[in-house]
Design a binder for this molecule. Sequence first.
Ligand code: THU
Length: 157
Amino acid sequence: MKEYDIVTKVKEMDYAELSPEDANLVGMAAAMTDNSYAPYSRFRVGAAILLSNGEIVTGANQENVAYPSGTCAERSACFYAHARYPDAKFVKIAVAARGTNGEFTDSPTAPCGACRQALLEYETLAGTNVPVLLAGAKSVIEVESVKALLPLAFVEF
Ligand code: THU
């Protein structure tokens, strides 16, 4: 038997510590919470994806009266990004959310399991780590890759 740890390295940064590019990406994810359609949960999520062609594609959660038919911000962004720019690689992802009180969540909101799996597909296509910036009200957590968010992921069949 072998036993080992799988380690997820994260950085936590104050907003003042972000590079201008990261601050812009986080700002775009935060702004996209305005475009969330969340009449059922009232939890508004925005995502922004920087692509290798310099474009930034954004998304927001879109809910549906038949609850499972809705989708998260991250998937609305990543599916559109690859549909619109199929040849571009994902470079970096940012996520931000506002809770039912309308304020940005204190602790950073991390992608759900299904979104981690969806994002991993595009990280695999990119062939390099795609860091994920998770924005909280006062600080931002950077995870080094999507893979780090989904250890022991299902990647092939
Ligand atoms: N949601 C996202 O858009 N992204 C996440 O990472 C977590 C959850 C959405 C789904 C649903 O519309 C609402 O937030 C509450 O779960």
